[in-house]
Design a protein around this ligand. Sequence first.
Ligand code: FAD
Length: 336
Amino acid sequence: MNIAVAGAGVVGVTTAVELKKRFRNANITLISDAFEEDTTSSVAAGIFRPGGDFTGPNRDVTRKWIEDSWWYWKELQESRNGAECGVTELSGYMFSNRSEKVVRNAHLEKLVPMYRSATEEELSNLTPQKWKFGSFYTTLLIDNTIYLPWAMKNFRQLGGEILHEHITNLQRLGSNYDVIVNCTGLGAQTLCNDDALVPVRGQVIKVDAPWIKTFFYADTETYIIPGFKSVTLGGCRELGSYNLDVDKYTALGIRERCENLVPSLKPASTIKTLVGLRPYRKPVRVECEITRSLNGKPVKLVHNYGHGGYGVTAAPGTALHSVQLVREVLSGNSKL
Ligand SMILES: Cc1cc2nc3c(=O)[nH]c(=O)nc-3n(C[C@H](O)[C@H](O)[C@H](O)COP(=O)(O)OP(=O)(O)OC[C@H]3O[C@@H](n4cnc5c(N)ncnc54)[C@H](O)[C@@H]3O)c2cc1C
């Protein structure tokens, strides 16, 4: 049996590994035109934090994706591979002067080991600004600059194949495979002619500040997230922008907002400034489709794209769902 996974971001690589674990005798090929640090996934800070605008087809499926993802990352973090695969525990603060809703997260509150309101002392004295609302919690951080190479190596060791190739047509590719799992992120806009999928541009600055040990989120899309190799300063959300160039005024604004929040960042040197286009779709598309190749042969597709700003968080949950759909579509039990 021949199965292809299109796309090698966090969604595609996680899906490919899980397929290979479950279909041991199948040939699984991961096909992509960019890998590792050239993907949007590598721009992300990688904090596990599902937002309210992350939605599956219904509440139950959304909750299952998030729970499955949490336990997947948690198992990796607790395994002896934790540091080797780029997953660690991280605690920090969310502050807002706008609404208490900003600092609450129904999904996280049920999953993480600790989630509490910020104390009066923390609201008043932790940062130069005073805050009306705040929370402190422990979550996970997944550093894709470590996780993606680790998972690709794992995939190769399991016997998976890797192909560096640009895909222009999924139907044409389909004549070579029994099923294709489409994890092409924003690339699916063209490949599937999907207007519901839109970019949400983000820009971040990776700085050298090993003294920052906790994360901070605050109003106006400001965040400071310590990782394995650097601290990520953000950010912005520009819906519909395809601009992949660094904007120097956005960078200055990010620096200013982050330094106002945590003044000890001032001496931190910039390692690099990065831009990524979040593949946003409501709902995230995880479903089967059977189309026809040019010579009329049925082409079985399982789509897995559109995770927006939460693809690192939710990749394992949607990967496990896709694997289930592959099983159904191959056995002819798909609801299509
Ligand atoms: C600034 C920023 C910060 C973020 N922070 C977080 C965070 O803290 N937590 C979180 O959960 N998420 C975060 N995200 C979101 C997260 O990065 C994305 O949701 C996630 O990377 C999407 O993963 P993906 O695998 O679907 O897409 P991608 O990483 O974009 O991968 C798509 C893959 O498909 C390939 N591809 C596309 N089209 C084709 C084609 N035609 N032919 C061949 N290959 C193709 C690409 O080369 C690539 O390998 C952030 C995003 C940004 C931009």
